[in-house]
Design a protein. Structure first.
Length: 257
């Protein structure tokens, strides 16, 4: 079985696969100070929930936007999994042409998203990933990754606002009953939910104008389900997109001879 790992700045998602079948997924907070031993204990407990053990894992594939954790996960693979690990990054076969100025600058999660989106939904397509940052990634009609846009994420923006506005308090990440908030809580929720939906539509509209108005738009990430219903351009939500892209990258890098 393959253990796919998507380490984001805020959350880490583990996925257990048998071929292309997803057996289980777990989402935990990303803690950059975690050691390989701590990660080993964590993975062992997660697998135990699925009545599996580290001995059942034959390979691992890591996609990490937190560089300091890469070595710890590599040690985890050697020490606890006793299995090969592929780290998504420069030199890894993607199966998709990357047409940007410097491919080494593209985050591995963005590549995983593009690979999975093209495979699942065809080209052209746009991925909107609502994470610590909101990433917009475009795949051309020719099936090439051609770049995108990066904007502050919903939670990042909210934290910045609360840090600078002493009279505002944190609110739940839910949609308000209506756009015009009659109190501070609803006003904040309206600004964030409808504001990010509007930002999404504006950026996607410009991307579509460049790659084709028929490009499908796929949303993923922790807050995709919150923003997508209020967007006029998002066609569907696929919360498994990044992790499945990690699985596809692993498979693409295996020798078939």
């Amino acid at each position: 079985m393959l253990l796919a790992i998507d380490v984001g700045n805020t959350q880490t998602v583990f996925g257990l696969y048998a071929g292309d079948e997803s057996l289980a997924q777990w989402r935990v907070a990303t803690e950059p100070e975690r050691t390989a031993d701590e990660l080993g204990v964590l993975v062992d407990r997660l697998l135990d929930l699925q009545e599996q053990s580290v001995e059942d894992v034959s390979a691992a594939c890591l996609c990490s936007t937190v560089p300091v954790l890469v070595r710890e996960y590599e040690t985890l693979a050697k020490r606890y999994l006793n299995a090969p690990m592929l780290v998504v990054g420069p030199g890894v076969k993607t199966g998709i042409p990357i047409r940007v100025d410097d491919p080494r600058e593209v985050g591995p999660d963005r590549i995983a998203n593009a690979v999975a989106a093209r495979a699942r939904y065809g080209a052209p397509c746009v991925v909107v990933d609502f994470g610590t940052a909101t990433n917009f990634d475009a795949v051309s009609a020719a099936g090439e990754y051609i770049g995108g846009a990066i904007a502050p994420g919903v939670e990042t923006s909210m934290d910045a606002l609360f840090a600078r506005a002493a009279r505002l308090v944190k609110v739940d990440f839910v949609a308000p009953p209506e756009p015009i908030g009659s109190n501070t809580v609803h006003a904040l929720q309206s600004g964030f939910v409808f504001g990010f939906a509007g930002q999404t539509d504006g950026i996607v509209g410009r991307i579509r104008a460049q790659i084709g108005t028929g490009a499908r738009v796929v949303a993923t990430g922790g807050l995709a389900s919150l923003i997508a219903p209020h967007s006029e351009t998002i066609d569907l939500v696929d919360v498994d997109l990044t992790l499945d892209g990690v699985r596809m990258l692993w498979e693409h890098n295996q020798d078939t001879d």
